[in-house]
Ligand binder design. Structure first.
Ligand SMILES: C[S@@+](CC[C@H](N)C(=O)[O-])C[C@H]1O[C@@H](n2cnc3c(N)ncnc32)[C@H](O)[C@@H]1O
Length: 184
């Protein structure tokens, strides 16, 4: 199990371009490296801040969030035509086995990670499907984001993913966040 779920009343904080200081569109889309006809999911999509960055590069994007009010915020902003809002827990995804070509998650892994959720992500990804995770790191300096003791570092996240059947292609620490790319 992860830690606290992000407070939906603070949703507007997610629509702040200064967040690209920690994770950029370029590294996210570049690392996911999707094809135009890919079906992918954003796990813990919030207001769709990063969903919007990936949407132009895929056929279909499922924005998965456990809190309906986050989707309400996204609707207010405007949802791209190829994005479908899915209200679900990552540990119980409404997708068929192997349905997704790829998935990504920004600043949310610490909220949902655990055996059940990662087994579920592995189930819905096609063989070879890529999972990109960026999150606040347990080795971070704590200048922003959730309390450091509620986070995982890249080694802990990688270990959980390997246990769930993923191969970690690369993962690295930065001052406040970690970034990793894994394959199903
Ligand atoms: C910190 S916000 C980040 C949102 C978005 N990824 C971004 O970077 O702008 C975390 C989001 O993940 C969602 N979330 C947390 N745990 C979840 C779970 N188990 N399943 C689905 N969504 C979850 C929360 O509702 C919240 O909207």
């Amino acid at each position: 199990m992860g830690f606290h779920t992000f407070d939906a009343e603070k949703a507007e904080k997610l629509e702040d371009d200064s967040r690209y200081r920690y994770v950029s569109r370029e590294e996210l889309v570049g690392s996911l490296d999707p094809s135009d006809d890919d079906v992918v999911a954003d796990l813990g999509s919030g207001t769709g801040f990063y969903t919007d960055d990936v949407a132009p590069h895929v056929e279909q994007l499922y924005a998965v969030d456990v809190q309906e009010p986050m989707h309400d915020q996204y609707r207010k902003k405007g949802v791209p035509e190829n994005v479908s809002l899915v209200t679900a827990n990552v540990a119980e995804l409404p997708f068929d086995d192997g349905e997704l070509d790829g998935a990504f998650s920004t600043m949310t892994f610490h909220e949902f990670a655990g055996e059940d959720a990662l087994a579920e992500v592995a189930r819905v990804l096609a063989d070879g499907g890529r999972l990109v995770v960026a999150d606040w790191s347990g080795k971070g300096i704590g200048e922003s984001g959730p309390p450091v003791d509620e986070r995982f570092d890249v080694d802990e996240a990688s270990e959980q993913l390997v246990d769930a059947g993923f191969t970690v292609e690369h993962g690295y620490e930065r001052p406040e966040t970690f970034f990793l790319v894994a394959r199903r």
